[in-house]
Design a protein around this ligand. Structure first.
Ligand code: NAP
Ligand code: G4F
Length: 324
């Protein structure tokens, strides 16, 4: 049996799949928590599914979390599961609070009760900065969330800090700025744009409807960001870290790069549709990850343009394969 065992909640999601692969490469035994569904949704983990142990649990169900920790005794828990799509959080604010906020407390309670020596990682978010109080944002920037999702993440962040201070848990909160990949959900703007541009290039669509083209984000590559999660749990002391590239780009720039890479002029295809505007917007995010650079030795390795190009390439390949 391997020396180290880690539990990853949200293993079927973008980050969970990259983190599990990374932990396997480090020699970990990986437990992946999945919630029960009538059909399996293992698309992102199918290629290494046989190398991990799938355990059934749900952040809504305290007993399932206690049982998993009691039975499998991991030394590290990465809590990545959440309702992670911001627009859905206005449609289902209570459910978002249950998963994304109270779910963190349920997992921390399980850690406290079963084995307080477990090292715990909480997937916090730059959405907590919301209507930003300073630019760039760092670990000391005050939070001003702008969505029920952002509010839930602020709760998850502070309950993690509180359990560290109350019970001396090794609990870390990683404040990660947007990170993307070919495994990103199709409704998030980067993948919506790269997939939409690829479909237009192949004659499968003739327009792409988006919301606010002015919004700016600090976008990095998910494969880089999961390594930062692991590094946080390998330190001598638990702490909170901002993980970001330090660059910000608009949705319009994203369109320019994705369409331009396919020799298309985005202005001929992109329609700004009020349906995709949010009740309250986060206009600008850009992170200062100097603490992570100094203490974790973490650096991003993929530029914004490289990221968008690799996503376009993956979408073109998948769409062409589907056409046979
Ligand atoms: P994602 O692709 O949406 O994955 C979310 C995962 O959570 C899925 O595996 C989902 O399972 C699982 N899940 C949802 N509700 C659950 C529940 N009640 N019980 C158990 N599992 C549940 O998200 P991601 O992009 O990988 O993000 C991972 C985490 O980082 C999330 O907490 C997100 O809020 C946070 N975050 C993400 C970013 C980013 O840019 N990606 C930035 C900052 C923070 P199903 O497959 O069954 O739906
Ligand atoms: O890609 P998005 O949906 O990501 P958002 O809202 O920044 O949230 C993501 O990053 C957070 C980290 O800051 C995570 F915590 C969270 O879980 C998630 O992974 O939207 C990015 C921007 C927004 O300003 C949005 O208004 O793109 C703008 N946008 C413009 N048109 C659009 C669209 N977003 C989406 N999803 N779809 C559009 O058509």
């Amino acid at each position: 049996m391997s020396e180290k065992r880690a539990l990853v909640t949200g293993i079927t999601g973008q980050d969970g799949s990259y983190l599990a692969e990374f932990l396997l490469s480090q020699g970990y035994e990986v437990l992946g928590m999945v919630r029960r569904s009538s059909t399996v949704n293992f698309d992102r983990i199918r290629h290494f599914q046989d190398e991990v142990t799938i355990v059934q649990g749900d952040l809504l169900d305290q007993m399932s979390l206690l049982d998993i920790l009691r039975e499998y005794r991991p030394q590290e828990v990465y809590n990545l599961a959440a309702q992670s799509f911001v627009p859905t959080s206005w449609k289902q604010p209570v459910l978002t609070g249950e998963f994304t906020a109270l779910g963190v407390t349920r997992m921390l309670e399980a850690v406290r009760i079963i084995d307080p020596e477990i090292r715990f990682y909480q997937a916090s978010s730059s959405e907590m900065f919301g209507k930003v109080r300073e630019t760039p944002q760092n670990e000391n920037t005050p939070f001003y969330p702008r969505s029920p999702y952002g509010v839930a993440k602020v709760y998850g962040h502070w309950i993690t800090v509180n359990y560290r201070e109350s019970y001396d848990l090794f609990a870390c909160s990683g404040i990660l700025f947007n990170h993307e990949s070919p495994r990103r959900g199709l409704e998030f703007v980067t993948h919506k744009v790269t997939y939409g541009a690829a479909r237009i290039k192949l004659g499968l669509a003739d327009e792409l409807r988006l919301g606010n083209l002015e919004a700016r984000r600090d976008w990095g590559y998910a494969g880089d960001y999961v390594q930062a999660m692991w590094l946080m749990l390998q330190q001598d002391e638990p702490d909170d870290y901002v993980i970001a590239t330090g660059e910000t780009h608009s949705v319009q720039e994203l369109c320019e790069i994705a369409f331009g890479y396919l020799d298309l002029d985005w202005r001929e295809y992109v329609v700004s549709d009020p349906k995709f505007f949010r009740p309250a917007e986060v206009d600008l995010l850009v992170g200062d990850a100097s603490k992570a650079h100094a203490k974790l030795g973490w650096e991003p390795s993929v530029s914004f343009e490289e990221l968008i190009r690799l996503m376009v390439d993956a979408d073109m390949k998948a769409l062409q394969a589907n056409r046979g």
